[in-house]
Write a protein that binds this ligand. Structure first.
Ligand code: GA4
Length: 334
């Protein structure tokens, strides 16, 4: 018989989900960015899964470690101090609530805007005490390095798909006006993980969703939890790998490639005895950027599968949705 204490049950009741656990996926495509055939490998992975991991990515390990240490330090602060940096609107510190429409998870996070030097000032806004200087500097250094990976990866996509000019995608991310953001997620250890697992329940850290942007670059510590949905609808667990970076195709890239690449549905389970810390850069276009299939990619006679919209329109619509909603549905042509 499974015994969960009443306190734990009350605490988790609004988050947990009952489901059989999923298989470990050993087929995550690995792209070695130092290889000359990386472009073809990126395209294959984006067509098949919308998801892959990159090695030889060039982000210095000490930059990653420093951010992980600073993030761990921030999340271990007293709750009242963290709450001073929240609630997220959408930027700032958040706990359990995700987005504005009632989604919840076993998570706390810091959500930051990342762009130009002007916006770097916004980065410090959630902190009233000025005592998070080290964390903010660590975020800046990490974001500067991880952006280079994002630019490189979308250029490889352009090469692999024969998109011209080859910076058609990367210029959207490089632009001063690019609407990109960054998130530090902390999934605290789950209370009574064994009892939860015996009960056949999973504790949802971050519910299933696709990312609305162009691409997301994710790095986590060595705690598992990330799952992706395969094309046949099966959920599988992605083995953690703290030295690689994971890349997600976002909804905007699905549209820019007229459906050749699929945005990947993913979620995070938090039913471990260990904390999971992840850092994710979301590369988005400028607010007024038109999100439509890139002309050089369309075959003769091929028309867009989507109605015309700007990133600002898509983003507004996304923020009205629930996490698990199929957001592109509203923009598909009949
Ligand atoms: C999912 C991807 C990113 O984490 C995010 C999320 C955003 C938020 O947490 O504020 C959203 C979610 C994400 C999509 C639908 C809306 C907006 C929560 C939510 C319910 C920062 C993003 O850009 O979209």
């Amino acid at each position: 018989m499974v015994v969960l204490s009443q306190g734990t049950i009350d605490h988790l009741a609004f988050i947990k989900m009952c489901k059989p656990s999923s298989a470990i996926f050993d087929g995550v495509p690995i792209v070695d960015l130092s290889r000359p055939d990386a472009g073809a490998a990126v395209v294959r992975a984006c067509q098949e899964f919308g998801f892959f991991k990159v090695v030889n990515h060039g982000v210095p390990p000490d930059v990653v470690d420093r951010l992980e240490d600073e993030a761990a330090r921030f999340f271990s602060l007293p709750q009242s101090e963290k709450d001073n940096a929240g609630p997220p609107d959408p930027f700032g510190y958040g706990s359990k609530r995700i987005g504005p429409n009632g989604d919840v998870g076993w998570i706390e996070y810091l959500f930051l805007h990342t762009n130009s030097s002007e916006d770097d000032k916004k980065l410090s806004l959630p902190f009233s005490h000025g005592n998070q200087e080290f964390l903010l500097r660590a975020v800046e250094d990490y974001v500067r390095a991880v952006k280079q990976v994002a630019f490189r990866v979308v250029e490889l996509m352009a090469d692999g798909l024969g998109i011209e000019p080859r910076d058609a995608l990367s210029s959207m991310l490089r632009s001063e006006a690019s609407d990109s953001c960054f998130r530090l997620n902390h999934y605290p250890p789950c209370p009574e993980p064994q009892a939860l697992s015996r009960s056949g329940c999973n504790l949802i850290g971050f519910g299933e969703h696709t990312d609305p942007q162009i691409i997301s670059v994710l790095r986590s510590n060595n705690t598992s939890g990330l799952q992706i949905c395969l094309p046949d609808g099966a959920w599988v667990s992605v083995p953690p790998d703290h030295s690689s970076l994971f890349i997600n195709v976002g909804d905007s890239l699905q549209v820019l490639t007229n459906g050749r690449f699929r945005s990947v549905k993913h979620r995070v389970l938090a039913d471990h005895g260990q904390p999971r810390i992840s850092m994710i850069y979301f590369g988005g276009p400028a607010l007024d950027e038109k999100i439509a299939p890139l002309p050089s990619l369309l075959a003769e006679g091929e028309s867009s599968l989507y109605k015309e919209f700007t990133w600002s329109e898509y983003k507004r619509s996304a923020y009205k949705s629930r996490l698990a909603d199929y957001r592109l549905g509203l923009f598909e042509k009949p």
